[in-house]
Design a protein around this ligand. Structure first.
Ligand code: DGT
Ligand code: CA
Ligand code: CA
Ligand code: ZN
Length: 597
């Protein structure tokens, strides 16, 4: 079983227990699912080499769950799962994918209307059956229909940050085949788009030393035998197309070594970037395709070049292709034909923020509200990952369902953080915990915490969590009003969208950016994979306007810090440098900017 399959069962267990009204277990299973998803190794390998003890080292996995994992990994049935599934035989992941539909609702829908899947749900909603259920009403029915519509629009694209660990596992496994020289995932994954349509993998094969060792064919045999694969559409000598168990399609192409760079460049795209490069080649009288950069036939005739070697100008690496075209190397995240080629020609490409450049994280939630872990546990994990500071930004009182803090609770947390910082210092921990909050912006732009308390915090983030449907002008005014409060440092998750689930709120982004500049407010790139406010186009606008941004994990568990990487990708796709991202700065400089507001 793959990590994804195991995680799916764990998550379903969490939801089944929640339907049953069982306490604590839903959270425990959810945590274990997150831990398995975050693995950078196949769980089967962990079990084979470390047994049950190895499984217990996975974040969120204790003795009980490790035992169930062992059962599954040995190919046996997980009895409790089978029992609960029989009791409520519904397609949970399909139904919970609809915004606003949760486990408790699914149970009622099954018991009252026999709804088992998305199709049943849509039919019942369209027939007006849901509004007639107790505690549902017309509004919930309309919301369900909107949720289904939105889901359909996503067209099967998956959120990159959620599938990236599995894609990397796949890449690593192909690389480890003895017949493979090198392998890499190209396409939208390499450009780090928010969502991906399919996976494009390239590999080069080693020359077989004996016929039995095979070359590309052997690579394809091994590829279709991997545990990730659900279906093989077509298997050829150099190209094989499959469907993975996670629902994504993947193509593997085995390309000649001398064409590796050209193939990588071609299959990384984007298509528009490729076309622009090809036009540059044509202007020089050359030809560019997935096999290489070549002298064209006409030019060869003119220059009397005939041997294959003279024909090829470049192809082994991407760098040499760019170089021969008179360009500096362009990072994959910038390859959208959005002006990057001209900059590369003039040697004016920005020095993008790097994947190791973040020094801190300015939005994290703890078990003081709806987070899973304690302040200390968050601090320890952040230090392990090399961060120098994190801000604790628990929710405030308007978000009552999260246990949001009022002034009193915030003051208590401030005192607690002082103690923790003291303790960390004694233990020689270099990480500093900053005091913060995620204050709620009310309908009219007011905040739900008094200024005297906000003044005592290092990092005040303000965010919209309600009234998502206000008219654009009113929504924009509301956020600008919050920015005008001198205590507000950052606007967290500006548009509130959830990719594939919830539309962004409507705001005038240019007005927001102008106001951010005027008030010195930072805008946040929320690195949580299906949020990614603000999108690449907005990041570029901020960079151009000189508005500073932060990249925050929005962690609700210590296992979420890994999502910072996805926020960095988003910043890079918007051409941001370290100068644009305040948490790429050392602590004192970062705090200096916030205090200067
Ligand atoms: P996706 O899969 O929708 O998330 O996006 P991509 O960019 O991975 O697109 P995909 O998988 O259709 O193709 C992979 C790359 O192959 C693409 O980024 C550029 C290249 N490519 C595909 N079709 C064409 C084409 O018609 N012309 C050119 N020049 N390049 C193409
Ligand atoms: Ca693709
Ligand atoms: Ca493709
Ligand atoms: Zn929030």
């Amino acid at each position: 079983m793959t990590n994804q399959e195991i995680a799916k069962i764990l998550r379903e267990m969490a939801e089944l227990y929640e339907m049953e009204g069982v306490l604590f277990k839903p959270r425990a299973y959810e945590k274990a699912a997150l831990g398995v998803e975050a693995l950078d190794k196949e769980i089967m390998e962990i079990y084979k080499s470390g047994g049950a003890g190895g499984l217990m080292k996975i974040s969120g996995v204790g003795q009980g769950i490790a035992h169930h994992l062992e059962t599954m990994l040995r190919g046996k049935k997980f009895a409790e799962y089978e029992r609960l599934k029989k009791k409520i035989p519904v397609n949970i992941s399909e139904l919970t994918a609809v915004e606003g539909v949760g486990p408790k609702m699914i149970k009622v829908l099954y018991q009252k209307l026999k709804i088992k899947n998305l199709k049943d749900l849509e039919a019942a909603a369209k027939a007006g059956k849901i509004r007639r259920l107790a505690r549902f009403g017309q509004k919930s029915e309309e919301k369900i229909l909107r949720g289904i519509e939105f889901l359909k629009k996503s067209g099967g694209r998956q959120v990159l940050g959620f599938v990236l660990p599995e894609i990397r596992n796949l890449e690593r496994m192909i690389k480890s085949f003895p017949e493979v020289e090198d392998a890499i995932v190209a396409g939208s994954t390499r450009r780090r788009k928010e969502t991906i349509g399919d996976i494009d993998i390239l590999a080069t094969s080693k020359k077989p030393t004996s016929p039995s060792q095979g070359g590309p064919e052997k690579v394809m045999d091994k590829f279709v035998g991997l545990p990730f694969i659900a279906h093989v559409y077509a298997k050829g000598k150099t190209k094989t197309m499959v469907k993975l168990k996670n629902g994504l399609d993947a193509d593997l192409r085995v390309v000649p070594k001398e064409s590796y760079g050209a193939a990588l460049n071609y299959f990384t795209g984007s298509k528009d970037h490729n076309i622009a490069l090809r036009e540059m080649a044509i202007k020089r009288g050359w030809k560019l395709n997935e096999y290489g950069l070549f002298h064209s036939a006409e030019q060869r005739r003119m220059e009397r070049r005939n041997t294959p070697k003279e024909k090829m100008i470049a192809g082994k690496t991407e760098e040499e292709i760019y170089k021969k075209l008179g360009l500096h190397y362009i990072e994959p995240e910038m390859r959208e034909n959005a002006g990057e080629i001209e900059l590369a020609r003039q040697n004016r490409l920005p020095k993008l923020i790097g994947y190791k450049d973040l020094k801190g994280d300015l939005q994290t939630q703890t078990n003081w509200t709806d987070g899973e872990d304690s302040i200390e546990a968050m601090a320890k994990e952040a230090e392990k990952l090399g961060l120098e500071y994190i801000a604790i930004t628990d929710h405030t009182r308007s978000l009552a369902m999260t246990g949001g803090a009022d002034e009193k609770k915030l003051l208590k947390q401030i005192a607690e953080i002082d103690k923790i910082n003291h303790k960390l210092k004694i233990k020689n921990c270099k990480l500093k915990v900053l005091k913060g909050a995620e204050v709620n912006i009310g309908k009219n732009g007011s905040l739900d915490i008094q200024d005297e308390v906000l003044k005592k915090l290092d990092v005040v983030g303000a965010a919209v969590h309600s009234h998502f449907k206000l008219p654009r002008a009113e929504q924009t005014r509301r956020i600008i009003k919050a920015m005008e409060n001198p205590n507000v440092d950052i606007i967290f998750h500006l548009t509130g969208r959830i990719i594939n689930r919830r539309e962004p709120i409507e705001v005038d982004i240019d007005e927001i950016i102008k106001a951010a500049k005027r008030t010195g407010t930072v805008l946040e790139i929320d690195a949580y994979p299906d949020r990614l406010d603000i999108k690449d186009e907005y990041v570029r606008k901020c960079v151009e306007a000189g508005v500073k941004m932060s990249i925050d994990s929005d962690a609700h568990s210590a296992s979420h810090f890994k999502f910072l990487e996805i926020g960095i990708s988003q910043a890079r796709r918007g051409w941001a440098t370290c100068d644009d991202i305040i948490n790429a700065w050392p602590l004192e400089k970062m705090l200096g900017l916030l205090k200067g507001k």
